[in-house]
Design a protein around this ligand. Structure first.
Ligand code: GDP
Length: 320
C-alpha cells in the first residue's frame, strides 16, 4: 500500500533504546510495520560536537531500518569515525562515539531545528529517509534532559553518567523535572488515545520509560486509554540484561526485580510479561491488578524477539 496513505495506528509502543529496538524489530515482523507507532524517550538527547543527538530515537530508527551496529547496540553498522577522530586531534573530548553517517543524521536534525522544524517532523524525515515504515515519535519536542544525582551533590546528564563515567553505583536520585514540565510532541497523546494495543517495551524503567511517563498528559492518557496495556519486563532473573537499570533502581530505593518494575507501572497496566526465570513472582504481580505471562524474554535472535512480541500481543488480547 501507499506508505503515505493515512491509516490508523493501532499499536503504540513506549520505547527506550537498545532493549526497545530489539523488541520493536521483533514486533514489526509479527504485525504490519506501518501499524506500529513508537513513542520514544528523548531524555537522553544532548548536543555533542555541535549537533543535536537523539540517542534512543536514532537507535530505534537504525534498528528498524536493519542498519544498527549489532555489536555496539547503537550507531550504524560499518560507520566510520573520521569526524570524531579529527575533533579529538583538535583537543575535543570524544567519549560520545558518534560515527560519520550518524553525525550527518544529527547534523540534519540540527539544521532542521534551526529552520524551525520540530523534532517530531525531523524524526519522521529521518525514518522515511532510512526506509522505515513504522512511525517514530519523540515523546516531546521540548528539551527534557534526564539528570542523574550522585553522591556528593553531583548532578550529571544521563549520557555523561552512562557513556562518559561508565554508570557508577552511587546514584541518589534521578531528576525528571524537565520532562514533567514538557508538553507531549504533536501526535503522542492522539496516538495513545487511538491505539488498539499499548506496549511498554523492555526498556530501562527509570531513564527510558520513566521520562516518557513524566511528560505532561502521557501517564493520564495511558490510564484512560481504551486499549489494553502490556509491559515486558527488562529485568531477567533479577538483573538487567544490559545497562545500568539495577544501579538506577537501587538508587531510587526500588527493588531490582520484575516485581519492582511492575509496581512502577501498576496504575496503568493490564498485563505484564515477565521472564520464566522470575515466574515465582507471578502471583504477587497479579495481585497488583494485572494479568501475567511468564516466558523466555531473552531476545537472543530476531525469531525470539518476534515470539516475545507475539506473547505480549496475545496477553493484550486477553488482559482487558
Ligand atoms: P537504553 O536506553 O539503550 O539503555 O535502552 P533501553 O532502556 O531500551 O534498554 C535497556 C533495558 O533493556 C535494560 O534494562 C535491559 O535489561 C533490557 N533488555 C535488553 N535486552 C533485553 C532482552 O533481550 N530481554 C529483556 N527482557 N530485556 C532486555
Amino acid at each position: 500500500m501507499d506508505p503515505d496513505a493515512p491509516r490508523t495506528t493501532p499499536i503504540v509502543a513506549l520505547a527506550g533504546g537498545v532493549g526497545a529496538a530489539r523488541f520493536l524489530s521483533g514486533l514489526v515482523r509479527a504485525v504490519a510495520p506501518e501499524d506500529v507507532t513508537a513513542i520514544v524517550n528523548t531524555g537522553d538527547d544532548c548536543v555533542f560536537y555541535g549537533v543535536h543527538v537523539s540517542p534512543d530515537v536514532d537507535i530505534v530508527t537504525y534498528a528498524l531500518a536493519g542498519r544498527i551496529d549489532r555489536a555496539r547496540g547503537y550507531g550504524l553498522e560499518g560507520d566510520t569515525t573520521a569526524v570524531i577522530e579529527t575533533l579529538g586531534a583538535l583537543g575535543h573530548e570524544t567519549w560520545f562515539r558518534l560515527g560519520d553517517r550518524d553525525f550527518a543524521h544529527c547534523q540534519h536534525r540540527s539544521c532542521r531545528l534551526a529552520q524551525g522544524v520540530g523534532l517530531a517532523a525531523i524524526a519522521d524525515e529521518l525514518r522515511r529517509a532510512l526506509g522505515v515504515a513504522t512511525r517514530i515519535l519523540p515523546m516531546s519536542e521540548a528539551p527534557c534532559p534526564t539528570i542523574v544525582e550522585l553522591s556528593g551533590r553531583r548532578r550529571v546528564h544521563f549520557e555523561e553518567y552512562l557513556a562518559r563515567d561508565g554508570a557508577p553505583d552511587d546514584v541518589e536520585g534521578v531528576d525528571l523535572s524537565a520532562a514533567r514540565a514538557a508538553a507531549a510532541a504533536p501526535g503522542v497523546l492522539e496516538a495513545i488515545a487511538a491505539a488498539r494495543v499499548i506496549l511498554l517495551c523492555p526498556s530501562n524503567p527509570v531513564v527510558s520509560i520513566g521520562p516518557i511517563l513524566a511528560v505532561q498528559g502521557v501517564r493520564e492518557a495511558l490510564r484512560e486509554a481504551r486499549a489494553p496495556r502490556v509491559a515486558v519486563s527488562p529485568i531477567v532473573g533479577g538483573v538487567p540484561v544490559k545497562g545500568p537499570a539495577d544501579r538506577l533502581l537501587r538508587g531510587l530505593g526500588i527493588e531490582v526485580s520484575a516485581r519492582g518494575v511492575a509496581r512502577l507501572y501498576a496504575d496503568l497496566l493490564d498485563g505484564f510479561v515477565l521472564d520464566q526465570r522470575d515466574a515465582a513472582q507471578a502471583a504477587e504481580i497479579e495481585a497488583l491488578g494485572m494479568r501475567v505471562c511468564a516466558v523466555d524474554t531473552l531476545m537472543r535472535t530476531p525469531d525470539l524477539a518476534t515470539a516475545l512480541a507475539r506473547t505480549a500481543l496475545a496477553l493484550a488480547r486477553t488482559a482487558r
